[in-house]
Structure formats: C-alpha cells, structure tokens
Design a protein around this ligand. Structure first.
Ligand code: NAG
Ligand code: NAG
Ligand code: NAG
Length: 233
C-alpha cells in the first residue's frame, strides 16, 4: 500500500513537471471499486463540491477534504495552476471531477488532470492505512511506557493525508506484551467499528484507543511522523 501511495505521489509530481504531457488524462488506480448508488459514490459527489469550493476560496488554490464515515471515507486533494483566478479554479475542479468520474467510473482511486490548469486526486485507502499505521506505532509506545502504559501520536498532514491524532492506553498493571496484544486486538477492528465521522475509538476493559482529525488530547504528541515513514515495514 505504501508503494502505491508513493507511485501516486510520483505521478502527481511528474505531472507538475511536465503538465502538457498529461492534459485531460485521468489515471484510474486499481484500488478496488464502488457501486454507482453506494454511500461511497454519494461521498465522492460531496467531495467534488467541497474541494472545488475550498480550492477556489484558498489563496493558494490548493485544498484537501475528507468526507463521510469509515469505511466509506473519501479523501481528496486538488491544486489549480497558480496563474488562474478563483472562478476558473472552481470550474476546473468541478469539470475535472465530472469528466474523471465518467472515465474512471467506479474506481476507488483516481487522479484527474484537466486542461493543464488543475489536478485532483481521491485517496481513500491511503487514509485508512495511515490511521492503522498511526495506531500501531502509538500502541507500541503505550505498551513500552512503564509508568502509565499511555502514548499519543500524530501523522503530520502532507499533500496526501490530513493530520490525524491518536492515543492508546492500557491499565498500568499490564505487562508490555499483554498491553500490546490487547491494543492489537481492538486496532484490527478499526474500519468496521468506526462510525460517525473521520474519528473512531474502542474502549475495552483493559485498553483503549481513539483517533481524530483534530488535536483532542493534552500536550504535544509524543510521536510525530509522516504517514509514509510510519507505513515502512
Ligand atoms: C441501487 O440500490 C438499490 C438497493 O439499495 C438496488 O436495488 C439498485 O439496483 C441499485 N441501483 C444501481 C444502479 O446500482
Ligand atoms: C477569470 O478568468 C477567466 C478566464 O481567463 C475570465 O473569463 C473571467 O472573467 C475571470 N473572472 C474574474 C472574476 O476575474
Ligand atoms: C499493524 O500491526 C499489525 C500487527 O499487530 C499488522 O498485522 C499490521 O500489518 C500493521 N499495520 C500497519 C499499517 O502497520
């Protein structure tokens, strides 16, 4: 999954270096598919509107957005060329989504380029992977904390995922091994257990975790990293 993420980012970087080569060419990534009237499809429609409006109202013509609850969370980013105005940017992103969704019908991940003036990418499974990777390293540190069996962490935002914050904790009387396996057990249920928005958590008797897209715990995160570093085996 880390490799696919890197390929996608490379594709975006390459397109910025040679924009004329990729005009109007959507790249449909082989990362699963969704049904036409699923909640995933509805979230993509909301994402298209949110991203075009956010990009147009941003001074940098850049925007990221996350829409919907797991497992149907969709995440996207868009960037308009620096020399176009806000209304052209909004029109470009909306048109890129219309054309791209038609040509990549049902593909869960795709990158669209439109008339060289904007590109946009939808990155759902990368977000889920970043959440699990963050919870995994946070659980490692909680298990190793001899005083409180507690840890906090943050995946820093970059072009491909938003900032994600997490905490993990066991009761302090647990051994490192039993704490880690307690956390592993509840972390593996992440996507199916999470409801509401792009946040989640499970409180067990002996251990618990929580993650959010905002800094919900006190103090600075004890761990911080780029999600690609966290995903490295
Ligand atoms: C939409 O969903 C309904 C059931 O929820 C189903 O019967 C119908 O075939 C679906 N339509 C399409 C176009 O997938
Ligand atoms: C934005 O740019 C487009 C294309 O150059 C132009 O037609 C439009 O009038 C501009 N809009 C504003 C508000 O400047
Ligand atoms: C998280 O840890 C579990 C084992 O506890 C492992 O199976 C899984 O691949 C890890 N996931 C990530 C994204 O690091």
């Amino acid at each position: 999954m880390g490799t696919d993420a890197r390929l996608l980012l490379l594709a975006i970087a390459a397109s910025l270096l040679s924009p004329l080569a990729v005009a109007d060419t959507p790249l449909c990534w082989d990362k699963g598919s969704y049904a036409a009237n699923s909640s995933y499809a509805a979230n993509i429609q909301r994402l298209a509107i949110t991203l075009s409006q956010k990009a147009a109202s941003s001074p940098t013509l850049f925007a990221t957005a996350t829409v919907g609850s797991l497992p149907d969370t969709v995440y996207g980013l868009t960037l308009c060329r620096g020399d176009i105005n806000a209304s052209s940017c909004e029109n470009c992103v909306a048109a890129a989504f219309r054309q791209g969704l038609r040509l990549c019908a049902g593909a869960k991940e795709a990158t669209f380029y439109f008339y060289d003036t904007c590109y946009t990418g939808g990155l759902a499974s990368m977000f889920d992977a970043a959440v699990v990777a963050l919870l995994n390293v946070t659980a490692d540190h909680a298990a190793a904390d001899t005083l409180k069996r507690f840890a906090t962490g943050e995946v820093v935002a970059d072009g491909s995922v938003p900032a994600i914050y997490a905490l993990a904790q066991c009761t302090p009387d647990m051994t490192p091994e039993s704490c880690r396996s307690c956390l592993a057990d509840i972390i593996q249920r992440v996507p199916s257990s999470s409801s509401g928005t792009t946040s989640g958590g499970i409180t067990g008797v002996r251990c618990n975790y929580r993650y959010e897209l905002y800094h919900f715990f006190s103090g600075n995160p004890q761990l911080q990293g780029n999600h690609r570093a966290l995903l490295r085996p």
